[in-house]
Each structure stands twice: as C-alpha cells, then as structure tokens.
Design a protein around this ligand. Sequence first.
Ligand SMILES: NC(=O)c1ccc[n+]([C@@H]2O[C@H](COP(=O)([O-])OP(=O)(O)OC[C@H]3O[C@@H](n4cnc5c(N)ncnc54)[C@H](OP(=O)(O)O)[C@@H]3O)[C@@H](O)[C@H]2O)c1
Length: 368
Amino acid sequence: MATQKLLIFRWGIISTGAISTAFVKDILLDPKTRGVEDIVHKVTAVGSRSIDSASSFVDKLINADGSVKIYGNYAEVYNDPNVDAVYIGTPHTLHYLNASDAIKSGKHVLVEKPATTNTQEFRSLVTLAKQHGVFLMEAMWTRFQPVARAVKQNIDLGVLGAPVMVHADLSGDFDIENIPLTHRILDPNLGGGAILDLGPYPLVWAIITLYEHPENNRSKPTVSASMVKTPLTGVDRSTCFTLNFSELAAQAQLSCNINIPPCSISATLRFRNGNILIPAPIYCPRWYIVQHFDKPGSGKVQREETIHFEIFGGGWHFQADEVARCVCEGRLESSVWGHEKTLLEMEIFDEVHRQGEYRLPEGVEQVI
Ligand SMILES: NC(=O)c1ccc[n+]([C@@H]2O[C@H](COP(=O)([O-])OP(=O)(O)OC[C@H]3O[C@@H](n4cnc5c(N)ncnc54)[C@H](OP(=O)(O)O)[C@@H]3O)[C@@H](O)[C@H]2O)c1
C-alpha cells in the first residue's frame, strides 16, 4: 500500500490578539483528531507590534524548542524564508495593508473575516495575489466545518426540495455601554459595528443554501438593508439585510447586532419539503436538525433527525487544512471559499453600508 506523503505546513502569525490565539491553539492540535493524516501545521514565526507580546504568545501557546522566530513587527514575518503562509488576525481595517504586504513578499495569505473593508480593497488583493502567484483566502472558517459540509451535501441531494427562505442571525452582547470607545467593535477607525464583524456568519448560511444552490447558477442577489447606529460612536449596533435570489424565487432575511445575546437556533433554512435548523453558535455548530414535512408545504413535521459531529478544538483548523492542501496543489484560491464568494460578500456589505447611510471615516478604506 502506498504511504501518503506528509505535508509540514509552516505558518507565520500576524498579531497576538484573541483570534490569533484561537487559531494557533487549533492548528497545533493533532490533525488526526479530525481525521487528517496528510498535513501537520507548524508555527514558525510570530509577529506583533510588541516583541514582549510575541514572546509571551509563543511561551503560552507553542511548545517552543527555540525554533519559532519572535518578531516585534509584522514585516519580518513576511520576509522569513521559513514561513509558507501568513495568517492575519488584526482588526478589519488593517487587513488590506497586512495582506498586501505579505503578498508582495511572496507569502500565501489567510486573512480574517471580513477580508477587507470594501469590495475594491479585496479586488485589489486578488489582482496582487495573482501577480505574485500566491494563494489568498478569507478565513471563512464556518464554511469548512463538518456541519456546513454536511448541510451543503444535503441541499445538493435535494431531499427537502426547493429552498424558499433562510433566516439567520448572529448577535453578541459586547457590553458596549461599558467598553472603551476605542474597542474594535465600537471604533469606526477599526471598522467597528455589527455588519463587518458579525454579518459574515448569517451571510455564509445564505451563500451555502442559496448562492451555491445548483439551480442558482451563481446569480447574485439583490440587497435591501437598514441599520440602527449607536450614538456612542455612530457604528451600526444592529443591521438587517434581505437578499433576493430571483433565479430561485427565494430570499434570505439576515441580521446581526452587537448588544443582544445570540439566539439558540441561529439559522433556519426553509425548503418546500422541510427545514434545516442550525443551532448556536452559528459560526461553529456541532449538530443540526433536519425536519421532513409529511407533504410539500404542509409544515407538519413527519420525521426529524439530529445529526451530531464531534469536533476537537474550536473549529478554526479545518480552514487551515484547506489552505495547506491548496498551496500544496499549486492552487491560488479555494474551490470551497474562493475569491468570488468574498467579492460577493464585500459587494453585499458595501450595499448594506450605502443603504444604511454609513461611511467609514475618511482615509480608512485604502482602495475605493
Ligand atoms: N474567525 C473568528 O471566529 C473571529 C473571531 C473574532 C475575531 N475575528 C476577526 O479577527 C480580527 C481581530 O479580532 P480579535 O478579536 O482577535 O481582536 P483583538 O483581540 O483586539 O486582536 C487584534 C490584534 O491586532 C493587533 N493590532 C494591530 N494594530 C492594531 C490596532 N490599531 N488596534 C488594535 N489591535 C491592533 C494587535 O496585536 P499585536 O499587538 O500583537 O500586533 C491585537 O492584539 C477581526 O478582523 C475580527 O473580525 C474572527
């Protein structure tokens, strides 16, 4: 029997905040705990604005044998020859600059969601990545998880018939009355507000169910949106957006909010013959429910199945496996969450901002 070649994939980590911590913890778990036999992730460099922060990040999270390079800036990570790909975990408004610097140094890039603050920035990153022949992906981790993959398979099999409506919400109580106005969720200069931070999650379920539906033919939806802004800093506290997919005659009604807790069922995918219920947390559900109606449109649930998945870790490692495999195969984008889907996401968010009459502060968007 042929033995599978093991790929050791080397990451450089940009910034040492909450999400970089979660990502690194996950990628350093034994990949076999998620059935992955062909890849091992290694962190070979960490860059922070502060060398002390980079150093304590490495001490805390990585079994350092002295081989992890610790840098008090980001540039040295981009230039480190022992780094294959860079993971960017800075606030939204820095993603464009950090990603473009990494790409220009010839590094493959996984950049946190939202990939950029607007469509033009992401378009510019795509052009740059193609020029430099490097892989680029937004860290839309939910799309790579077992529940998302299973739900997508279920939809493609068409067991529940035509999709009609998606309801999805991600809310989180950030205690906005009591956190500093400079917190990234409130500060307009860091892309604060609900839509850029939380909006990607309800949207990903609409993309899976409707945009990716075989009968949608990749048609883009029209958007209608409204925002409620907080007087604290003027960013959106609550945003609702509806997407109309005319090819399918289906809609998605999506929302996000930064001062209420999440719902226990965070997405309901409604079809003619039944429903799929996605529990919280919407970004990493560990089970889902399929409800079958006795006849199309009746709403009478004849049979209900709950499907569970055991996930070791937080769920951030699945996307890292995708990056490693794509890079290994010489691909410049993922076929699961490629450039086209991030561009769609950013176009929708631009339109939500426009209809919500919200503009990022002058000078924040690097490409307009
Ligand atoms: N995928 C997910 O589940 C998930 C969850 C949460 C957040 N995110 C995304 O990850 C990004 C960061 O969120 P986070 O919660 O990790 O934020 P965070 O805890 O504040 O960390 C952000 C890090 O960015 C660096 N940074 C560079 N310039 C900065 C500046 N001007 N202000 C603040 N920090 C700066 C800092 O690291 P150094 O000082 O070390 O350079 C900081 O620790 C956001 O884009 C967010 O949307 C994703």
